[in-house]
Write a protein that binds this ligand. Structure first.
Ligand SMILES: Nc1nc2c(ncn2[C@@H]2O[C@H](COP(=O)(O)OP(=O)(O)OP(=O)(O)O)[C@@H](O)[C@H]2O)c(=O)[nH]1
Ligand SMILES: [Mg+2]
Length: 264
């Protein structure tokens, strides 16, 4: 309904190809980077993002990282006052809630496209213009994808492949999600999607947040596209994925599956 209204109110951009006519420079793009102990990565990543031709803004959501990442974020915000913002939270409150806090701030700042990515260079910043270009073609959510033709993963030990393959298989079979990379966190959302999704109703907070979010996007009939990326295993800093997170993800998928059954 919301999507229909949006298209009805903006007849000039009714057809996907029309988006391509508007230069991305006219769009405001915010890249949200959640951080927890990313001292080794944040500054270099920020500079690469800020030097991209699509001129994005950067919103760092730091959960009071014990390694001082928050102070690095503040220094970046002082150096680039118009382009870098930092959201400091009291402690490690989870990736999902970090995304939601970032979404709210980016929407309030009138961003047209809101991009999420990890701080550890697993998501290549140089792919951001390709995500935006695909969104400009009329896709409401664009996923930087490891699992479409041209996408690759470098440096993963085999258990990570199994975990990722299993999570995607669950997402496809139990939840009926169509995207090849349903668990990827490198995404570009059109602002209208985030306005339509009931962010308050999202119950998962960890990595399964990405699956729950995609359920809402697909249920809303928003157009989802994927662009291939080379995903590189983190070289600096430490992973925050724990066995705890895996159990929570299984719980989330089970809960979403039951909801899907109930709703037919
Ligand atoms: N603000 C915030 N950021 C988090 C939290 N947990 C993880 N992150 C960040 O979310 C991103 C993804 O976390 P990673 O540890 O890289 O997890 P991953 O990419 O799934 O796992 P690896 O492949 O092992 O790196 C990174 O930028 C983290 O710093 C959290 O609780 N709060
Ligand atoms: Mg990572």
């Amino acid at each position: 309904m919301t999507r229909w209204l949006w298209h009805a109110l903006r007849p000039s951009v009714d057809f996907p190809e029309a988006y391509g006519k508007v230069a991305p420079m006219h769009r405001q793009i915010t890249v949200i980077v959640p951080t927890y102990n990313e001292r080794e990565n944040l500054e270099r990543l920020a500079r690469q993002i800020l030097s991209l031709p699509v001129a994005p803004k950067l919103l760092i959501v730091d959960d009071n990282s014990p390694d001082g990442t928050g102070a690095i974020a503040d220094a970046l915000a002082s150096e680039f006052p118009r382009r870098v913002e930092v959201l400091h939270r009291a402690g490690k409150l989870g990736l999902g809630s970090a995304y939601i806090a970032g979404f709210r701030q980016a929407l309030a700042a009138q961003s047209d496209y809101i991009i999420t990515m990890d701080a550890d260079f697993s998501h290549p910043p140089q792919a951001i213009p390709a995500l935006v270009a695909k969104a400009e073609q009329g896709f409401d959510l664009v996923i930087g994808s490891r699992y479409v033709r041209g996408g690759r993963i470098e440096g993963w030990p085999w258990p990570r492949y199994v975990l990722s393959w299993g999570a995607n298989a669950f997402a496809h079979l139990l939840l009926g999600l169509h995207a090849h990379d349903a668990t990827g966190g490198f995404r570009c959302y059109r602002r209208e999607v985030l306005e339509a999704v009931p962010l308050d109703a999202i119950f998962s907070n960890g990595y399964s947040f990405l699956i729950e979010m995609l359920c809402y996007v697909q249920a809303g009939n928003w157009r989802v596209g994927e662009v291939p990326i080379t995903f590189t295993n983190r070289r600096e800093g430490r992973s925050k994925v724990s066995s705890d997170e895996i159990v929570k993800a299984l719980y989330t998928v089970g809960k979403l599956f039951l909801r899907r059954l109930r709703r037919g």
